[in-house]
Design a protein around this ligand. Sequence first.
Ligand code: C2E
Ligand code: CA
Ligand code: CA
Length: 375
Amino acid sequence: LQQPLRETDTVARLGGDDFAILLPGATDLATACRVAERIVDGLRHPFEIRGLVLEIGVSIGVALYPEHGQTGPELLQHADVAMYAAKRGPAGFVVYSAESDTNSIRQLTLTGQLRRAIEDDQLLLEFQPKIDARTCEVAGVEALIRWQHPELGAIPPDEFIGSAEHTGLIKPLTLWVINAALRQRRRWAEHGFDFGVAVNLSVKSLQDPELPEVVRSLLEAWQQAPECLTFEITESALMADPATALEVLERIAAIGCKLSLDDFGTGYSSLAYLQKLPIDELKIDRSFVIAMTRDDNAAVIVRAVVKLAKGLGLAVVAEGVESEDAFDRLRALGCDQAQGYWFGPAMSGDQLLAWVKATPWRAGGRTPADRIVQA
Ligand code: C2E
Ligand code: CA
Ligand code: CA
């Protein structure tokens, strides 16, 4: 980051993978853009740190004084808006404009309301079944958060998880999710079902040194065994601050919870990391699984990931199983578990219970999810 800068410029780390660069000498847009371009180019090539080859991406938002803001906070906020626009585009950097701001108005409105949503119980947790590929029984579930907004209706997690991370709300949100997942597990147990629950962790949660203790005390409060909780993490979330993430993960693993590497195959991380992480499972990204029945390259990747997982002694789960054909192929490859719309979508805790009782899967029957009557 420092390479293309002058002595009078400042690089600051705002936290995690967030950096700010102040260019007091760049009074025109062209200069600022030239620096942004040089940084994007400089980070485009893989580089080596302590023997690990790293490939990372970068998104830069540019805001100019005084056109785009009169105060420090205003400039930072507008640079942030532009950075979000940069994440969606190919260039790597975007200059702030009122237009990118209108795009983010929904975002900002939602962000402002998320705190209330957590407090007012507008959030709910749904559970998608994970199927054992050998027995075809439910092996566990993945907990997926939903926001039932009083005016806007259902808001998908992709629209608010990112802002929750940016505003610090991810901490109470993650706590809410783990708590709700454990509460639901207790309810299922009362009906005689013992499903393991997988919870997604985002980048900021992996950098929260208090998380392991929170997990431990919630397990204790709900009197649940640690093995019943799996945490799904992505490679990119790990790479934001690998040292801290590794420490948090090791402490969570020490409690006895399981760890799964989510969206595997889409990240940038080095394979060498796989050995260092205390993970139990690889989850093949749904893009490969969805494509594997019609695209040979995707099928090759799926096969390679299954082999890799087996070789490392890890369980392997395929997500995005949308057809019987895909499931048959995955079984043939030796995949351990499968998850996807063909079996069933995410549903409420009660619906899942009814689904498990009604579905012929448990008896080894094979009926697509859409023929299964839902509760
Ligand atoms: P993910 O962890 O990769 O979750 C799987 C997503 O794939 C879910 O979308 C699920 O509904 C969808 N899916 C399941 N089966 C199929 C299929 O057969 N085909 C296709 N095309 N899609 C399928 P959803 O619920 O919208 O969640 C999106 C993302 O939001 C998740 O991706 C996860 O990264 C994040 N997320 C969800 N809940 C939480 C949470 O509680 N905490 C955090 N930190 N992130 C969450
Ligand atoms: Ca996941
Ligand atoms: Ca995934």
